[in-house]
Structure formats: structure tokens, C-alpha cells
Design a protein around this ligand. Sequence first.
Ligand code: SF4
Ligand code: SF4
Length: 196
Amino acid sequence: MLGSELQTVEQVRALRDARRTDGTNVFVIVRAILSAMRMTAMNLFRKPVTVHYPEKPRTYPDRYRGLLALVYEKDTEEEACIGCRLCEMVCPPAVIKVEMLKGEKRNYAKTFTLELYACEFCELCVQVCPTDAIVMMKSFDLATADRRELLLDKDRLHAIGLQHEQSWATGNKLRDMQGPPKMARTEHAAKEETPA
Ligand code: SF4
Ligand code: SF4
């Protein structure tokens, strides 16, 4: 008799605990639904962040580094590349090939090819260029399903240079950042020239 009474008490407790747990679960579910609905309602009135590219062009930060290009000299409008092949030698995946054309006053690139599909966008070619001829653009607008279109020759590289806005960096600017400030260098040179 005592045993069956104990069994009943335990059953009642178990039933009460189960009800409590169910109540907690319902509360958690309702709270989650309300929270999700609140988030949905908030986002209904938020400004969309999607940019309808390419109809609407994106604004890139000044230091954005995208497509590579060749540029012309500003004063003479000649090709800035002197065919020195420094970019070819520094390029880690070896995607640049340059042939030099010797000229009377200066040299040129006879051919210049860049396999953009294998480029790492490391910017080393830009950093070593003595004439700021190879630069990066504030655009990536060359997406294609055909890799052959990303084998860029000299003419296409110059066309990209004219088509897009140039990124902040040039070889000379980047090299200046790596050395001591110019003022410090001038002061140092003056000290060395001053007789003891
Ligand atoms: S960004 Fe780097 S990988 Fe690309 S062409 Fe220049 S050096 Fe080569
Ligand atoms: S792009 Fe610059 S580093 Fe490359 S070959 Fe021309 S001048 Fe030399």
C-alpha cells in the first residue's frame, strides 16, 4: 500500500515537472518568434545595401587596388613603360612578359603581356616600376567566363588605363613610403655636407 502511494507521488511530481518544462519551451519559442518578427519589421524600413551593379557604379576607397593597367606619360603622352622588365622579374607567379624595344632617347616595351587570370594582385610590379608605368585601377570591371579574355596585351592594358580611375599608389609613392621621410633625408644630407 505504502509502495503504491509513493509511486503515485512520484508520478505527480514527474507530471508537474513535465508541465513546467513544456511551459518553459513554449515561452522560449514565443520569445524567439517575437524577436525574429521584430528584426523583420526593423529591416522593412532600412535602406537597402544592395548596389545594382553595373547600372549603378560603386564608389571605391582611394586605396582600392583592382585591375592592372599601363599608362601614358602626362606631359609627352608617350607610353610610360621603358621595357626594363623589372615587373616581369619581380612577379611571383610570372604572369608578365615584356620585350624591350631600344630607342635613341629612351626604350619602350615592344610587347607586354599580362595573364590577369593568374595574377595574385600583390602589387609588387607596381612597386618596382621606375616610371610609374604599370598601375592598379579602382575597378574590377573585367569579369568574364572566358579566361582567354584575361590575357591582356599592351593595347588592352593601355585601354584599361584610360577607361578607369587610377588607384592612389604608384611605384614612386610606394617606394617613398618605405624609406625615411624626404625632410629627414635632406637634413641628414646637410649634416653630412657640413664640415666638422
Ligand atoms: S600584381 Fe603581383 S602577381 Fe599580379 S602581375 Fe603584378 S607582380 Fe604579378
Ligand atoms: S611596366 Fe615598369 S617595370 Fe615593367 S617593364 Fe615597363 S617600365 Fe619596367
